[in-house]
Design a protein around this ligand. Structure first.
Ligand code: SF4
Length: 88
């Protein structure tokens, strides 16, 4: 069951690598120095990815929360789908 949505405000990513180090099954570093959420939906504007998003299940919540908590510039967010509440 899909419970949450993870969003990556990619333009603000400073490429520290924390998310990819903590949750390599979900995050990877790209050649441009920023991270990517694997298998996500990408929203582009002017040939730049402005937002990555991925629906996740409860079982993957803690791992994504760990990555989001470690992001030094707070560009990873988790939203509860049913209520629209932003968890982080
Ligand atoms: S932890 Fe944040 S700043 Fe660091 S690579 Fe991941 S999204 Fe980018």
């Amino acid at each position: 069951m899909v419970n949450y949505k993870v969003e990556h405000d990619r333009p603000g990513c400073i490429g520290c690598g924390a998310c990819a180090a903590l949750a390599p099954e979900f995050w990877e570093m790209d050649a441009d120095g920023k991270s990517d959420l694997k298998n996500c939906q990408k929203k582009e504007e002017n040939n730049e990815i402005v937002l990555e998003s991925l629906d996740i299940e409860e079982k993957d919540f803690e791992k994504h929360k760990e990555a989001a908590s470690a992001c030094p510039v707070n560009v990873i967010h988790i939203i509860e789908k049913e209520t629209g509440k932003k968890i982080i």
